[in-house]
Design a protein around this ligand. Structure first.
Ligand code: UDP
Length: 275
């Protein structure tokens, strides 16, 4: 765990480094506390929820490490990342998922008028997610939705511009991007500077859960670190290879975290906020 205090805004997030990725420990701060200073920003602030898959991919992908290093806020997503942070000696009170940030934004939208744009997921899913948000958070402001064509990153020529223009024309303050890991964050790192929104967050499968096309594990399974079991039962063929790799990586993550603690890097830094 290393202290890093070189960011322009000053809030109270502690810093830690796990598997070479700088993260915000978010000790004691709720999703709204984290989002509020970012929503006041004139520049688009990129938020990443880093789960085990992210850290594993980043370990073997320099570009993804750069993207994580350049994000305004990188929060620990999932109990295994929280446990690794604790093993490393950081005070991490909670995980912060895409669902948590989406819920916080929807509540702030309904009460404070923050407008949201939903980008990504299969055709129709973002619209259904928007309808679910309107149902659940009366008064929520949905500025727009868009599902880009299903193709590997990068998008075909012209598509990036179309997306940026649609988001900017909508006047959205916050952009939720559901294009999966790492596509959503590679796209945001490449195009965030062209966006007029104050905050942009990669939220993975959140739209599917809101739309009802994917079910989320019960709360007890989430806090027991067993959400992956539940997800794997829904999509075993796609997810088994991913989770085998994740499980091998988790053991390395824990060993590395313990080593960093006992080698004297056990102090979390304090200070800083959006980069
Ligand atoms: N997705 C997408 N385009 C892609 C890959 C993914 O729109 O090229 C959407 C997908 O439909 C889903 C969300 O991104 O709504 C999360 O994808 P996935 O389940 O693969 O990511 P995970 O949550 O498993 O990381």
């Amino acid at each position: 765990v290393t202290g890093i205090a070189d960011r322009p805004f000053a809030t109270a997030t502690a810093r830690l480094s796990l598997a070479g990725v700088r993260m915000d420990a978010v000790n004691g701060l709720g999703p709204k506390d984290l989002l509020r200073p970012l929503l006041a920003s004139a520049r688009c602030q990129h938020v990443i929820t880093a789960n085990v898959e992210y850290l594993r991919r980043a370990a073997g992908d320099e570009r993804l490490r750069e993207v994580l290093a350049g994000a305004a806020l990188v929060v620990p997503d999932g109990m295994h990342v929280v446990w690794a942070a604790k093993i490393a000696g950081a005070e991490v009170s909670r995980r912060v998922t895409g669902h948590d940030l989406t819920q916080a934004l929807a509540e702030m939208s309904a009460s404070e008028g923050v407008s949201l744009f939903l980008l990504g997921a299969a055709p129709g899913v973002a619209d259904r997610a928007a309808a679910a948000l309107r149902d659940r958070y009366p008064g929520v402001r949905i500025a727009g939705t868009y599902s880009p064509p299903d193709c590997p990153y990068p998008f075909p020529e012209g598509e990036d511009r179309r997306i940026v223009e649609a988001v900017n024309a909508s006047g959205a303050r916050a952009l939720l991007v559901a294009l999966g890991c790492p596509k959503q964050d590679l796209w945001l790192a490449a195009h965030g500077n062209d966006l007029k929104a104050s905050v942009a967050i990669g939220v993975g499968g959140v739209f599917d859960v809101l739309a009802g096309t994917r079910r989320r594990a019960p709360g007890w399974a989430q806090t027991a670190g067993l959400e992956w079991v539940y997800r794997m039962m829904q999509e075993p063929r796609r997810l088994l290879p991913r989770y085998v790799k994740d499980a091998l990586f988790v053991s390395k993550l824990f060993v590395g975290a313990a080593a960093s603690r006992f080698s004297g890097g056990g102090e979390a830094g304090r200070g800083g906020g959006p980069r």
